[in-house]
Design a protein around this ligand. Structure first.
Ligand code: NAP
Length: 490
């Protein structure tokens, strides 16, 4: 609750900052091979890792993160950088990416066509959400740098200190070429007004802010590219065969409990809606309540604490109000909007929320499908167990980042997957065979795409080399086969 730093952007010439990146940083990156840019990412990853303890401590002070939550963010940053460094290394000496093989365009072999992906000769502006100041900053930098674009990065103000320190470390210790990385903390002022046709804005944050940004003239008229990673009402659906006693039942619900409590539920990928066949409802509630009762909310500096506070006073108010909104239609099974004293925290201090589980009446709740309560909150939804109903529940979120189907019933899945998949960016399948290895759906991997349709923003990041699409332009070359085949691009 005490200020650690102040941000201010008044008086900065943001147009000049962007132009410096375009004129100095862009050419420096484009002059490097993909392997060279990969090596640069590796240096950043190592530099951050060398300061791991410092960043974890700062994350606790700035975000109220427990050590586990801080690791999720900080180690997520270094791991994603390292994954993109390996991709760069594999791509070798080429300066840009080929997209498919040359194809004959006429009879004979002389005339061919080929697609290439070239870095956009602009600047990538990154605007991030408060909940992942390290990972959010560097997962985006990893993709932009490997593609060959310089970056101006703006973290969310409440947790800007972690991002600031991490960028400071990268600039001091990773031997970056001049102009490739700029940092801005605080109100972005007229930043977007200076975006040009080859620039990119990669935004992560709420759907409300995204809606405002979409209408900016830079995108509507100017041709700048916008990627939106917004909020999401992620679902977990148990099928009838994921019955109490099965590994799939236990693992899927344990993941749900993790999502409610990890980072105090402040994850865009957290499970918010848990659909359970009627016949398993009592067992599922009992399981979840038992898991959540183990949670010890409090001061993240106290080793006994397993869940820290939400990040700001405003968010605490929003979480309490949000629980109130959901509770108008659903019954509070555990927790609730009331204040809670934090273990190891001075009396009356700390933005602590209760892990909260609600139970909605079958088919009777609407808010749970359209209200993201960005805290330790999820709602259980009983349903009839049919695969069509499961997919319809996923779809009612209006487009999400990740959804989970817990089932080993191939016939059930064959009907549920095609109907649910278009409504979610990632679909996690949990059955008894992979239950022990399955990863929590809230974990975003560099190899798999991140983003989702509709409400989730319609954007796409990561997914290995797929993530470079945002920062590159595809060009179709056609002409003399000898010229085109000899052109660099592997
Ligand atoms: P937010 O309030 O929408 O802010 C996001 C970012 O936008 C911040 O950096 C904010 O800066 C900036 N911003 C606000 N108004 C702006 C404007 N007019 N022009 C340019 N930038 C502007 O979201 P948040 O509270 O930080 O984050 C929580 C939300 O993010 C949740 O809804 C969560 O689901 C979503 N999220 C999504 C993902 C994903 O990958 N899809 C990941 C994490 C979080 P200031 O902080 O300085 O206002």
């Amino acid at each position: 609750e005490e200020p650690l730093a102040e941000t201010a952007t008044g008086g900065l010439d943001l147009a000049a900052a962007l132009e410096h990146a375009r004129a100095v940083g862009g050419p420096a990156l484009r002059a490097m091979s993909l392997a060279g840019r990969g090596a640069l990412l590796q240096r950043i990853s190592r530099a951050l890792h060398a300061h791991r303890d410092e960043l974890l401590d700062l994350s606790r002070a700035n975000n109220g993160a427990t050590r586990g939550d801080a690791k999720f963010d900080v180690d997520g940053a270094t791991a994603t950088l390292a994954a993109y460094a390996r991709l760069g290394e594999k791509l070798g000496d080429a300066p840009f990416l080929a997209d498919g093989e040359p194809e004959r365009l006429a009879r004979g072999a002389r005339l061919v066509g080929r697609h290439l992906r070239l870095p956009r000769p602009g600047v990538a502006v990154h605007v991030n959400a408060f909940n992942f100041p390290a990972w959010g900053t560097f997962e985006k930098i990893a993709q932009a740098f490997l593609a060959g674009m310089p970056v101006l990065t703006k973290p969310a103000t409440p947790t800007a200190l972690v991002a600031y320190r991490a960028v400071e470390i990268a600039l001091a210790e990773a031997d970056l070429p001049p102009g490739v990385l700029a940092f801005l903390a605080g109100p972005p002022g007229d930043l977007l007004a200076h975006l040009g046709p080859q620039d990119v804005l990669a935004f992560t944050g709420s759907a409300a802010t995204a809606a405002r940004l979409r209408s900016a003239p830079a995108f509507v008229e100017g041709g700048a590219r916008l990627n939106v990673e917004a909020d999401s009402l992620n679902a977990l659906v148990l099928a009838p065969d994921a019955a109490p006693g099965s590994d799939a039942f236990a693992r899927a619900l344990r993941h749900a409990a993790t999502d409610i409590t990890q980072k105090a539920g402040q994850k865009c990928t957290a499970i918010r809606r848990i659909a359970v066949p009627r016949e398993h409802l009592d067992a599922a509630l009992e399981f979840l309540v038992a898991e959540l009762r183990e949670v010890r909310v409090g001061n993240p500096a106290d080793p006994a604490v397993t869940m820290g506070p939400v990040a700001t006073a405003r968010q605490l108010r929003a979480v309490r109000d949000g629980i109130g909104l959901l509770a108008a239609e659903a019954r509070v099974v555990l927790g609730g909007p009331e204040p809670v004293a934090g273990l190891g925290a001075p009396e009356g201090r700390g933005f602590f929320a209760r892990p909260t589980l609600l139970l909605a009446p079958e088919d009777g709740a609407a808010r749970v499908h359209d209200t993201e309560v960005f805290g330790p909150v999820a709602t259980v939804l009983p349903y009839d167990g049919r695969p069509e109903s499961a997919a319809a529940l996923v779809a009612r979120g209006g487009g999400s980042l990740v959804s989970t189907l817990a089932s080993g019933d191939r016939e059930w899945l064959a009907r549920a997957i095609p109907a649910a998949a278009p409504w979610t960016g990632r679909l996690v399948l949990v059955d008894d065979k992979v239950a022990d290895q399955s990863l929590p759906p809230g974990m975003v991997l560099p190899h798999q795409v991140h983003g989702g349709p509709g409400r989730a923003g319609g954007g796409e990041e990561l997914g290995g080399l797929r993530g470079l699409a945002l920062y590159t332009n595809r060009v179709a070359l056609q002409g003399n086969a000898a010229v085109i085949r000899a052109f660099p691009g592997e």
